[in-house]
Structure formats: structure tokens, C-alpha cells
Design a protein around this ligand. Sequence first.
Ligand SMILES: [Zn+2]
Length: 163
Amino acid sequence: MLYNLYKLVQTKRRDFPVPAHLFTLCCYPMPNETTHLPPQDARAAMAQLDRELNRLQRAIRLAIQAQLETMSGCSLGSLEQNRNLTESIHQLLESHGLRVRCNECGHPAILRVSPRGSSHGVFVFDHTIDGHRTFHGGKSSLPLIRLVAKPPRKKKSKGRAAG
Ligand SMILES: [Zn+2]
């Protein structure tokens, strides 16, 4: 891990500014010299990096949520277009390790458009509750979306395929 951090600093330092604490910690002034790094300093640096990444991830989540909020209550006017919208929302959330939170039960869910109801389809929260695939919601317009972290993948149980 620390070696990777070292390599990261090595490769990125010419391209864009790396936070000063990483420089002083790792490889200054001679890149090829082995520098003694006290373990507690390495831990502190990794903890600081972790906090920084958490802060960035939170900012990303809030930015996505704010954008989706502006579309709540809307329908794109056709089943196909509404499905394209939920698919692109899902791709975006997947790439950031996020899910929508079901506004009925609070479980992490995937937003989908089901053809039942109106001809434009209805927006449903697709999730697994107590091992059963369950759909909640059913409004004809995009619901107000809250985001949560994607839950860790469950181990496959014997005799039942995942998904
Ligand atoms: Zn639910």
C-alpha cells in the first residue's frame, strides 16, 4: 500500500501538484534513495488520505443527489425514455458505488421503470428484502431520490444463484 503511494507520488509529481505532506513524507529529495519512514507517519498519512477521499466521495454523492432532485416529479413521456433515464442513473450510481434508497422501506435499491400502470411506465424501487426480490413505489413520475452506499455483495448460498 505504502509502496503504491510512493509510486503514485513518483509518477504524478510532474503532472499535477501532489499535496505537500505526501512529498515530505515519501521521496524527497532523491527519488532513488530509500528513506526511512516511521510507521506511525505512514499510518497518519494513510488516515489523512482516507479522510480526504471520504470527503470527496460525500461531495460526489451530494452533487448527484442534487441533480436528481431537480428531476423529481418528472416523466420523460415514454416508457423507453423513462427506462433510458433510470438506466443512465443506475450506471452513474454503479460507477460511484451508490444505490438509491427506497422511499418506502429505506433499503438500498435500483430504480427501474415497470410497464404496469400508465403507458409511460411507473418508477419502482427494485431490491431484495429477506431474500425476496421486492418492488416498492410505482409513481408515474421520478420519485425524490436519496442516495446510499451500495451494500457489500452477499456470499452465494448453496442451491440458489445470486442475482
Ligand atoms: Zn422498499
